[in-house]
Design a binder for this molecule. Structure first.
Ligand code: SF4
Length: 689
């Protein structure tokens, strides 16, 4: 029996754990003493591994390469050589006929690791020749990256997960940590125990709201108005830090002018929050000796998400809550390695280490290291995954190479996404399970899973952590980066790596932000937060020390703008707001957690729609009754779940089930900057069955 130290593959909390292994099977998981989890795990950490032992699999594990030679035909098992040769031929032909930009790629924010993401973006940029590489950050925290880069300079959490419990005020907006990051929720609880004031802004009375000192039960879709009102109070009541604003920020006059129209008394009807509550929240936030703002997808999955992120960063700037311990801004990233996928340049606008693809000097540096001609590199920003359905219909994208993502489950407006997949000429899926997306593939390249390989993950607080291989894979599968390397070589770009560390070291040499984060140092320290620019640096627990912002001017950029209503508001035909949410026992598209016995037991029925009993009674819908939920884009069967904590006029569904998939109902309304869809808001109706 042996114990292998690894990192949980589910959420961005980055909990360290030990897998207890005997005779090639995992017996159990134990919590390890990691920087973010301090010896604790949630349910998913303790019970989210047994799909590796091949028990009770609901979704078949992909065990060998498969090719479907004709659309609508059957999959045929083939050798690796044939799968690689066939895929390379098809990609080559599409590139020759339609140009490099006709091919789209995804990296993966899940269990595959940073090294693989580095190799995937290199494949897109050096082998195919475009910047069309993206990841699921696009549909979750893309607005956090864009908004924080614009206001502060770095698109990541400014503080540490460990810091949260030492903050004296937590302003939590659109973030249900008890369900999405239970171990972060523990930090919130500890902060409360240490005397912190907890202020929660959320339409539902979520778990955190129950322990909060103040709960601002905001109407769905009003974040910008509330954040502007917060800024208004800070200025009007002279709660902001004048010296800090004068020394370290820019744009105060325009900001003050913009928020002037958002007096709490003006927006209380719109937001559903009383002026007194809005004022009290800011008095609490501004007077705390240390204050932290945390948010989740209740901020980012809206058509005006980037603006709201900028507004939240502005509250921290106005009050000087940046650049020191126990304060800051914390977008808590969703999937376990979504921070890492961004760090590694699985983004259409940035190489690894957040270096712009439009900068000729940066392109020249990567071209020299990769042995290609800089003049032949794509100088333009590539496509985003949320734009793909439209680009396919416009004839611009013909092939899609998807690694470790399931867009046919997780993207908004699934009928639109399905129609695009039907129109694609060639689909390659590299994954561990026969997901909804894999079912549509022309080629399936089966890869090793978390547990069957090692590497480095980045957790939500910029922390690099190594994870180890626990068991040998049982099937004819290969590591993700090995598959990509074989394809690259077949396409005429020889790519040979010995191991993860060789890839990591190549990446470090090209990324000043990460240069000092060596494998050896990660082994020694366990958790290294970037920037880590030198070999003797231990990393950076909090950003902007000395209030040096990494914006072009070095100053924080204050920002406010006019609130915009969501794209599709309720009306007589579709009178309720649908908001998509998470459930604690499952993760993302549920392909991994749905194949774990204990987690299935916890939540074993496809889908439910949470509704306030008053709304349900008015519709004649009983508790646990089957219902149709319909929007203008589709309808699904679900089960009504009475819940007193739900606000009137809204219903809530998770997107984690194949039946009752709420993305049949959701709509796009992409944020104009980040291109993130508005999956937190669309109009629906419910009908009893
Ligand atoms: Fe920690 Fe998140 Fe894994 Fe739970 S799911 S154990 S909170 S990393």
């Amino acid at each position: 029996m042996k114990k292998i130290t690894t990192v949980c593959p589910y959420c961005g909390a980055g909990c360290k754990m030990k897998l207890v292994v005997d005779n090639g099977k995992i017996l159990r998981a134990e919590a390890a003493d990691g920087a973010t989890n301090q010896g604790e795990l949630c349910l998913k950490g303790y019970y989210g591994w047994d799909f590796l032992n091949d028990t009770k699999l609901l979704t078949p594990r992909l065990t060998q390469p498969l090719i479907r030679r004709e659309k609508g035909g059957k999959f045929e098992a083939v050798s690796w050589d044939e799968a690689i040769r066939y895929t390379a031929q098809r990609l080559k032909a599409i590139k020759q006929q339609h140009g490099a930009r006709a091919i789209m790629h995804t990296g993966s924010s899940r269990g595959t690791g940073n090294e693989t993401n580095y190799v995937m973006q290199k494949f897109a940029r050096a082998v195919i020749g475009n910047n069309n590489v993206d990841c699921c950050a696009r549909v979750c925290h893309g607005p956090s990256v864009a908004g924080l880069q614009a206001t502060l300079g770095n698109g990541a959490m400014s503080n540490s997960i460990g810091d949260i419990e030492n903050s004296k005020c937590l302003l939590i907006i659109g973030y249900n940590c008890a369900d999405s990051h239970p171990i972060v929720a523990r930090r919130v609880l500890k902060a409360k125990e240490k005397g912190a004031q907890i202020v929660v802004c959320d339409p539902r009375r979520i778990e955190t709201a129950r322990i909060a000192d103040q709960h601002l039960q905001i109407n769905n879709g009003c974040n910008m108005a509330l954040v502007n009102a917060f800024g208004h109070v800070l200025i009007e009541e002279n709660l902001y830090d004048r010296d800090y604003v004068a020394k370290y920020t820019e744009g105060f006059d325009a900001y003050r002018q913009q928020v002037a129209d958002y007096a709490p008394e003006t927006v209380e009807q719109l937001t559903g929050v009383s002026a007194q509550q809005i004022r009290q929240a800011m008095r609490t936030y501004a007077s705390a000796p240390s204050a932290t703002i945390m948010w989740g997808m209740g901020v980012t999955q809206f058509g005006q998400a980037v603006d709201v992120v900028k507004g939240l960063a502005s509250l921290a700037l106005l009050t000087g809550n940046l650049g020191r311990a126990n304060v800051g801004v914390g977008p808590v990233r969703g999937q376990n390695n979504v921070q890492g996928a961004c760090d590694m340049g699985v983004l259409p606008n940035e190489f690894p280490g957040y270096q712009s693809v439009t900068d000729p000097a940066v392109r020249a540096k990567f071209a020299a290291a990769w042995g290609i001609d800089a003049a032949g590199m794509d100088p333009d920003i590539g496509y985003r995954i949320t734009e793909v359905p439209h680009l396919v219909h416009e004839g611009k994208v013909k092939a899609y190479y998807i690694m470790g993502e399931d867009p046919l489950q997780t993207e908004a407006d699934l009928s639109l996404v399905r129609s695009a997949f039907d129109a694609l000429e060639f689909i390659v899926v590299q994954d561990i399970f026969m997901t909804k997306t894999a079912e549509q593939a022309d080629v399936i390249l089966p890869s090793t899973s978390w547990g069957e390989h090692g590497g480095v993950f980045s957790c939500a607080d910029r922390g690099f952590q190594r994870f180890e291989k626990a068991i040998e894979p049982q099937y004819n599968v290969k590591r993700d980066w090995e598959i990509i390397s074989l394809l690259a070589t077949e396409l005429g770009y020889p790519m040979h790596y010995e191991d993860n560390q060789q890839i990591w070291d190549e990446m470090r040499e090209l990324c000043p932000l990460f240069y000092g984060a060596t494998y050896e140092k990660m082994g020694e320290l366990g958790h290294i937060q970037w920037p880590c620019t030198t070999l003797d640096s231990p990393g950076t627990p909090y950003l902007y020390q000395g209030n040096q912002f990494t914006t072009p001017s070095g100053k924080g950029q204050l920002f406010a703008t006019t609130w915009r209503a969501p794209a599709e508001v309720p009306d007589a035909a579709y009178p309720l707001v649908l908001c998509t949410v998470r459930e604690v026992g499952h993760y993302s598209c549920r392909s991994m957690t749905g194949n774990c016995a204990a987690l299935q037991t916890l939540a074993d029925e496809p889908g439910f729609v949470q509704i306030n009993p008053q709304d349900a009674a008015a519709l004649g819908i009983g508790d646990q009754q089957l219902v149709w939920v319909a929007s203008r884009r589709g309808k699904v069967i679900s089960r009504a779940n009475y819940n007193e904590r739900i606000n009137l006029g809204a219903v809530y569904m998770t997107y984690q089930w194949w039946i009752g998939a709420c993305n049949e109902l959701t709509q796009e309304n992409l944020d104009p900057i980040s291109k993130t869809p508005e999956t937190k808001y669309c109009a629906v109706k419910l009908e009893a069955i």
